[in-house]
Structure formats: C-alpha cells, structure tokens
Write a protein of this length. Structure first.
Length: 156
C-alpha cells in the first residue's frame, strides 16, 4: 500500500519549500516572476480569506501545492477557481494531485462555493487526470483581455 497523502493549509514554516514548488511550476510553464511577486503571493495565501493555499505531504515532506480563490457568481452560488496545482515530478502518479483537487473541492463546498473549476494547456500531461476527475467542456474557448499600455484610450 502506498503512502498516505496529507493535505493541510499552508503555514509560515512552509515558506521555503512552497517557493521551491511555486518556482518549479513557473519553470514548467515558462513563467518568470520577481522575488517580490513570490513574497506578495505568499502573504496573500496566508492573510487573505478568499485566496488560499494548501500543501500536500508524503511522509512529512511537502510534495505538492494548490492555490485557489473563492468568488461570486452571477448565476450560481459562489465559485472556486483552482489557480495553481503543482506536484513534484518525483512523486507524480501517486495520487497527490487527485488528493489536492478533492481537498480543495471539499473546502470550497464547506465555505459555500460548491462549483470548482480550473483551466490548463490543451497539451498538458495533467489532462489525463483532469479528464478523469473533471468535466471537459468541448468547444469552450478561454479569452483574456489585457489593454495595450502603448495604446491610448478610445472614446465613443
């Protein structure tokens, strides 16, 4: 029988290992962030009631993290957005990611945010898991909008 995955909210003592995992996630997705960005996010994860972070441990060692936030919804009770999920490559396929998703879903429901959702890259290896535990909405396309800083505001 495999080791039991233990999930708990992030605590001050987790800072160093959390950052190592967060940087690993960013390296995987080819994202560069400043040291200040990690510090600001860490403080949010510990201090903001709507933004949460949890750690997954195997044999007492932190091997995975999840970051999520609660928000209102127009048509439903509140929703929970799973912003980040990352598991150390050495322990993948041992149930850590599934345990993290299930923990976040329970926490969200207990706090009145029963709908959990996330997005990922179309070719992400984690899709094999996500296709098992989540519901894929064929045909949905994600758009993001970021104003061009060089473009002046337009007036009608």
């Amino acid at each position: 029988m495999g080791a039991v995955v233990e999930i708990s909210p992030l605590a001050e003592a987790d800072r160093v290992r959390w950052e190592a995992l967060a940087r690993g996630k960013d390296t995987y997705f080819e994202v560069e962030r400043s040291d200040d960005s990690y510090e600001r996010t860490w403080r949010r994860l510990l201090d903001d009631e709507r933004i949460r972070g949890v750690a997954a441990r195997l044999d007492g060692r932190m091997v995975g993290i999840a970051h999520y936030l609660f928000h209102a919804s127009v048509w439903y009770d509140g929703k929970c957005y799973l912003a980040d999920l990352f598991v150390d490559a050495e322990v993948r396929r041992r149930g850590v990611a599934t345990a993290l998703i299930e923990w976040v879903a329970r926490d969200a429901e207990e706090h009145g945010f029963p709908r959990l959702y996330w997005n990922t890259l179309e070719d992400a290896p984690a899709r094999a898991l996500y296709d098992k535990v989540g519901k894929f909405h064929e045909g949905f396309i994600l758009y993001t909008y970021q104003p061009d800083a060089n473009q002046g505001s337009s007036r009608l």
